[in-house]
Design a protein around this ligand. Structure first.
Ligand code: HEC
Ligand code: HEC
Ligand code: HEC
Ligand code: HEC
Ligand code: HEC
Ligand code: HEC
Ligand code: HEC
Ligand code: HEC
Ligand code: HEC
Ligand code: HEC
Length: 529
């Protein structure tokens, strides 16, 4: 077509073809078909692999050591196949700014803007984890909940994050790394989030006395229980040295409820009768560490008091001891006192019947001369007065018979019963919600933690250290901290100066894991009543 053609001639060429620009070019059409074919083939391929292909084609990274054999069976965790893995990824709340996290947030946030404890897609994977690890469903409060269920006013359970938030899979063939403390802080630093994850059920137990009570828990240990602060909002805090709750026995107004009279200050004095200046009574003379260095076994009369506070009926028969531990047995003993007197004489090697009778008569006369004629006289002396009644240990004519009332709360006798002794019921355990063992602290002097014992005159004083005192060492490291690996080794020989150094530098086991586990070892159990 040349330039000389008229406008009309040119227009004529397009007659009947005026929509040419809206019709696809055949090349363009080809491109569309290719695209559609590619999409269909891809979907086909995915479906093919989804049902017939080998799982590990989708693998993201190697499975950890414990799960290695599941490489053949991705669906052990990805119960719904690949889709679930993707959803799992989307609902993972690990990094808040990644696209999946942002998209995921749209699905998993509720009104308060916090992660829902039950994001549906990831719950399916949690169920898969739990099918093989059924004991790991609950967070720790369940543990103290179980042991405290006979005394607590509520039982708390916590459905924490999805398992994979803390246990990252597909990151290498080693064991899965345990989560760092930031996982704990993500919740424990946020009181709204704590409240959201906390599920409480009331228990029908009578309230604990306002000053605290010693109770034998199902684990068999007599434990000090502070009155619970029900419905208190969980406290958020950043770490052990900053805002961690004080230990429960620190609440003002609490008292050691043990029903035994004991004055620490007096017994620790270097001039205590029955001890020498060079060897005053030591904490460990009475508090013997049990297995693992703990002091859970109680002080006993026989091992720790008897040597000075004897229960001798007759000074002339030192081996004749009034039975301890059972007031009724004491009544039986006193009611027919001639029998044990004769036995004690026999035990001294006297065999002849006449000799035995003569000695026994003499001892019975001695009792009479002390005014002990009837059972009532004897009981009054043994339970309430002691003998000689005025004297104390160390004074001339030292006491050979300590009255039960010196150490115990004793009710008056009745015709049917011997004077009743209130059981001492000393606490063997003061902490319920965290572990403490004495063993790693054996480089410290007892009074560094139990300094109150030196001045305490009354059983009611609580001598257990405060949370703040622990945080002097258990806090984030300052420069110059002693490397963790060296701490135990040095502890053996460096003595107290090491403790001072530790206080100065901190850096000792300050993360939550040092003192707490995350999982409740027991399977959840429905609350009773
Ligand atoms: C022991 C459980 C477990 C097994 C077995 C397992 N996975 Fe996973 N997988 C996970 C967890 C947990 C995630 C979430 C990942 C995350 O966010 O860390 C995940 C995520 C994924 C993702 C999501 C993509 C991504 O980048 O996050 C893919 C894909 C995947 N897995 C593929 C596989 C394949 C393929 C197999 C089988 C060879 C397999 N998985 C076996 C636990 C498992
Ligand atoms: C088919 C059963 C099965 C499933 C499903 C499963 N596990 Fe395991 N898991 C095991 C076995 C078996 C071990 C190894 C136990 C051992 O070493 O004592 C293990 C070990 C572990 C360990 C400790 C080992 C380590 O690497 O630290 C953790 C943590 C763990 N699994 C978490 C999970 C989580 C989280 C899921 C879900 C995403 C899951 N498991 C799903 C069977 C399973
Ligand atoms: C998803 C939130 C969440 C995460 C993550 C979390 N916790 Fe908790 N935790 C709670 C809640 C809620 C309670 C109950 C608080 C209460 O009863 O006042 C609790 C209670 C506790 C208790 C008290 C136990 C008891 O017997 O009462 C300890 C100890 C504890 N958590 C330690 C940890 C440690 C260690 C980690 C990290 C491995 C962690 N928590 C991670 C929510 C969480
Ligand atoms: C003569 C034996 C004796 C000696 C020595 C002794 N204690 Fe005790 N201790 C007792 C008795 C008995 C009890 C139980 C009565 C009570 O709670 O006061 C007790 C209780 C305790 C308790 C737990 C009860 C509470 O209220 O906190 C602590 C802690 C304690 N003693 C620390 C010490 C320390 C530290 C020393 C050394 C400075 C020491 N004791 C020396 C006999 C002794
Ligand atoms: C010097 C102090 C002292 C004297 C005196 C004393 N006791 Fe005890 N008694 C103790 C101590 C300490 C305990 C707790 C440790 C133990 O069981 O040995 C105890 C425990 C008891 C118990 C409780 C046993 C139990 O299983 O709970 C009874 C009952 C008892 N004594 C009776 C007596 C009687 C009866 C007398 C007088 C004949 C007496 N005691 C004299 C110190 C004393
Ligand atoms: C080393 C000797 C010795 C031992 C061991 C000993 N005491 Fe004492 N105790 C004394 C002396 C000395 C006194 C002061 C004089 C007195 O009251 O007879 C005393 C006084 C007491 C008093 C009266 C306190 C006061 O302030 O009036 C009680 C109660 C008591 N002891 C209980 C116990 C108990 C319980 C044990 C065992 C856990 C025990 N003692 C172990 C030597 C000892
Ligand atoms: C690092 C601080 C620390 C040091 C050092 C320490 N204790 Fe304790 N002690 C504690 C704490 C915390 C408890 C409460 C533990 C519990 O009962 O749950 C306790 C509890 C006790 C109890 C009560 C019974 C029990 O086992 O719970 C006795 C008795 C006791 N300590 C004696 C001693 C003696 C004796 C020494 C020195 C040899 C000593 N302690 C050193 C911190 C310490
Ligand atoms: C003078 C410093 C010091 C004080 C104060 C102190 N601790 Fe420790 N604690 C240590 C040392 C050192 C270790 C051993 C660390 C190690 O093995 O790496 C330790 C270990 C522990 C452990 C065992 C951790 C484990 O992994 O086995 C617990 C739990 C603990 N302390 C709790 C407490 C409590 C509770 C208090 C307060 C009553 C307290 N500590 C006070 C120095 C201290
Ligand atoms: C040095 C040891 C130690 C460290 C570190 C530690 N705790 Fe504790 N924590 C304890 C002890 C001991 C108790 C028990 C107090 C009681 O029973 O009265 C406790 C109690 C708790 C309680 C229950 C408080 C209450 O009154 O109900 C929570 C929640 C808790 N810890 C969370 C944490 C978290 C989260 C971390 C990490 C940031 C952490 N703890 C670090 C020793 C520790
Ligand atoms: C807030 C973090 C967190 C969450 C969420 C969590 N775990 Fe754990 N898990 C831990 C810690 C920390 C340990 C180490 C032991 C302990 O503290 O109880 C652990 C230990 C384990 C172990 C034992 C590992 C070993 O070495 O023996 C298994 C199995 C396990 N968790 C499974 C699960 C399962 C299943 C879920 C989900 C229902 C889950 N975890 C959720 C933090 C978590």
């Amino acid at each position: 077509m040349d330039d000389r053609s008229t406008q009309k001639q040119r227009a004529g060429q397009y007659a009947g073809n005026l929509g040419y620009f809206s019709r696809p070019h055949y090349l363009g059409r080809l491109r569309l078909w290719f695209f559609l074919a590619a999409v269909i083939l891809s979907i086909g391929a995915i479906i093919t692999y989804r049902y017939w292909g080998k799982d590990d084609l989708f693998i993201k990274g190697a499975l950890s050591q414990g799960h290695a054999r599941l490489a053949q069976d991705c669906r052990a965790c990805h119960t719904d196949g690949q889709t679930d893995a993707l959803k799992a990824r989307l609902t993972s709340s690990r990094d808040g700014h990644s696209l999946p996290a942002i998209v995921g947030a749209a699905f998993t946030t509720n009104k308060s803007g916090q992660d829902s404890p039950h994001a549906p897609a990831s719950l399916a994977m949690d169920q898969a984890c739990l099918s093989c690890h059924p004991a790991f469903a609950s967070h720790l409060p369940q543990t103290s909940g179980l042991s405290l269920r006979t005394v607590a006013t509520e039982t708390v359970s916590v459905h924490a994050e999805n398992c994979f938030v803390c246990h990252r899979e597909h990151v290498g063939t080693a064991r899965m790394a345990l989560p760092d403390a930031s996982q704990c802080a993500s919740c424990h630093g946020d009181s709204d989030k704590l409240a959201l994850h906390r599920h409480s059920q009331p228990l029908a137990n009578p309230p604990i006395q306002a000053t605290g009570q010693n109770v034998k828990l199902p684990d068999g240990l007599v434990s000090f229980i502070a009155p619970s602060q029900t419905n208190a909002k969980p406290v958020a805090f950043s770490d052990f040295a900053h805002g961690h709750p004080a230990f429960s026995y620190e609440t003002a107004g609490l008292k050691d409820p043990a029903k035994i009279k004991f004055n620490h200050q007096r017994h620790l004095r270097p001039d205590l009768a029955g001890t020498s200046k060079d060897h005053p009574l030591n904490c460990t003379d009475c508090h013997v560490p049990g297995p693992g260095g703990n002091f859970k076994q109680s002080v006993t009369y026989e091992q720790h008091c008897q040597q000075c506070h004897t229960l001798q009926l007759l000074p002339s028969l030192p081996n004749l001891r009034i039975p301890h531990h059972d007031a009724e047995k004491v009544r039986w003993f006193l009611a027919s006192v001639r029998i044990p007197v004769e036995n004690a004489i026999r035990a001294e090697g006297v065999t002849g019947t006449d000799e035995l009778k003569r000695r026994a008569d003499a001892e019975m006369d001695a009792l009479q001369r002390r005014g002990l004629r009837t059972l009532a006289d004897l009981e009054q002396r043994v339970f309430f007065e002691g003998d000689p009644s005025s004297s104390r240990i160390g004074a001339s004519g030292a006491k050979f018979l300590t009255d039960c009332r010196k150490c115990h709360i004793v009710a008056p006798a009745t015709a049917d019963h011997a004077p009743a002794i209130t059981p001492p019921n000393m606490a063997m355990r003061w902490l319920q919600k965290g572990n403490f063992t004495h063993q790693p602290h054996s480089h410290m002097a007892c009074v560094e933690c139990h300094g109150a014992a030196k001045t305490s005159k009354d059983t009611a004083d609580i001598l257990i250290p405060t949370q703040k005192s622990c945080a002097e060492c258990h806090r984030t490291p300052q420069t110059g901290a002693i490397p963790a690996s060296a701490q135990r080794a040095q502890a053996a020989d460096a003595g107290q100066s090491l403790a001072a150094k530790q206080r100065e530098h901190g850096g000792i086991k300050w993360d939550c894991h040092a003192c707490h586990v995350f999982h409740s070892p027991a399977a959840p159990e429905p609350a009773r009543k």
